[in-house]
Design a protein around this ligand. Structure first.
Ligand code: DOR
Length: 453
């Protein structure tokens, strides 16, 4: 029997504003938007009551580390994707610094097979760039489910690292997939390693990996991209200096920020959270945070991604510099950002642009918009509901959040993925094996239709 849902009585949101509409889905796509009260033709298999809810497109998280294979004690595709679902994320794009690193067709196919068996949500995987896998990078666009190429210009968790300009240029000139970049200058990190080795506390993390480390790398890679005429995307921008610089290069370069860089600031975060606030690139002082918000307001920042990077509490409790870098976030990104909406710091249309529409455009997914023909990935938000973020409610294998105890307003209550109800009133549906319809793995670059809202 054909599955047709009716999401009835909600307020449907996009970057263009809001309308009161009923949504009809057919199998995994949105079929039509109807004026409230009009009676749809044909059989409806389930009606979802959306009275009092905001209906928004499912969130696409453009940067998560789900650690499988090899580091399953920190996270798995199952626990990570469950956190995603609970947080209104219907598609995650996962990074290649697992063990082994995802640098070949075989490694990508292994991840896709694991995700097919265990993911609660849609998924896509990045292939990592090394100095000698150009052939794999060139061919990766043929693998449905490979969403892009990841380049670590500075060393972080794992051993992926590539900063040789000649090799970078070859990759820029000879590949077609979207490129996401971790931008920190490895040479400067090495030159100043004594700052890390002689550190007194985690407060020294941002002194070692300072603003110049980030800016220098970003300037270098932008220059190279311009020389090659190659679009690139720079992840987790951490300095106001980079925002100022990138605001002048938006023709070819896009960038994203994390909710934690928009919320935490030094030194308070290190005083209060210790190594739980340790990540790469680091959380910096409030003037940098202000600069990142400025980038959100003036549209230099195109995407917000969680950079969900779990490590266990035991690993995090090793004194700095022995503690690993990374902060969890896939489950808290949407509630935290909705809290900014409730505080009127950010509008819901702009948030939807940053976490649904722009990631969909950037990666050319048939997602991110509520309009006929798009994948039926939808989130029903209760705008009044308050939620206290708690470690014990995190689905992550590394069950903690730096926002433990924070009370936020705005809660993803019901989630529809590919026209199927995956969570209803916070109740997660059993992981059904028949969830794997074709579109579930991010397919090869479908055409984007214009949204009608
Ligand atoms: O802090 C970080 N942790 N930054 C990264 O780029 C990698 C991540 C991880 O995988 O732990």
């Amino acid at each position: 029997m054909t599955t047709r849902l009716m999401i009835k009585g909600g307020v449907v949101w996009s970057s263009g504003g809001h309308h009161r509409k009923d949504i009809i889905t057919c199998e995994h796509v949105i079929e039509e938007l109807r004026d409230p009260g009009s009676v749809p033709t044909g059989e409806i298999t389930e009606v979802i009551d959306a009275q009092g809810y905001w209906v928004m497109p499912g969130v696409i998280d453009s940067q998560v580390h789900f650690r499988e294979p090899g580091l399953e004690h920190k996270e798995t595709l199952k626990t990570g994707s469950l956190g995603a679902l609970l947080g209104g994320v219907t598609t995650f794009l996962e990074m290649p610094n697992t063990s082994p690193s995802t640098t070949s067709k075989a490694a990508l196919e292994d991840k896709l097979e694991r995700a097919r068996r265990s993911s609660y949500t849609n998924y896509g995987f990045f292939i990592g760039a090394t100095k000698d896998n150009l052939v794999s990078l060139k061919e990766a666009h043929q693998i449905p489910g490979c969403c892009g190429i990841k380049i670590f210009l500075g060393s972080s968790t794992g051993d992926l690292l590539l900063y040789d300009p000649q090799v970078l240029e070859n990759i820029f000139l000879n590949t077609t997939l979207p490129i996401s970049i971790h931008s920190e200058d490895e040479t400067r990190l090495r030159e100043r390693r004594n700052l890390r080795d002689n550190a007194q506390s985690v407060h020294d993390h941002e002194r070692w990996r300072d603003r110049e480390t980030a800016l220098r790398s970003t300037k270098m890679v932008v220059e190279l991209a311009k020389k090659c005429g190659r679009k690139i995307h720079i992840l987790h921008i951490s300095t106001k200096d980079e925002i100022n610089f990138l605001s002048q290069h938006q023709d070819l370069i896009s960038c994203e920020v994390t909710p934690q860089h928009l919320t935490l600031f030094a030194p308070d975060c290190y005083d209060q959270l210790g190594t739980l606030a340790q990540m790469n690139p680091p959380i910096r002082s409030i003037d940098h945070q202000d600069g990142l918000w400025q980038g959100i307001f003036d549209r230099t920042v195109k995407i917000i991604g969680s950079d969900h990077a779990p490590h266990t509490l035991a690993e995090k409790s090793v004194p700095y510099p022995g503690s690993p870098s990374g902060i969890t976030g896939v489950q808290t990104m949407l509630p935290l950002m909705l809290n900014y909406v409730s505080q009127k710091k950010l509008s819901l249309p702009r948030l939807i642009e940053l976490i649904c529409e722009n990631p969909a455009r950037h990666f050319a997914f048939n997602k991110g918009f509520i309009a006929p023909g798009y994948d039926a990935d939808l989130v029903l938000i209760n705008p009044q509901k308050q939620l206290t973020l708690k470690n014990e409610d995190m689905a992550s294998q590394s069950a903690w959040t730096p926002f433990h105890g924070l009370r936020v307003t705005g809660c993803p209550d019901t989630v529809i993925i590919g026209g199927k109800v995956a969570m209803k009133n916070r109740q997660v549906m059993e992981l059904a094996t028949d969830m794997s319809y074709l579109n579930r793995a991010i397919g090869p670059r479908p055409a984007i239709r214009k949204p009608i809202l």
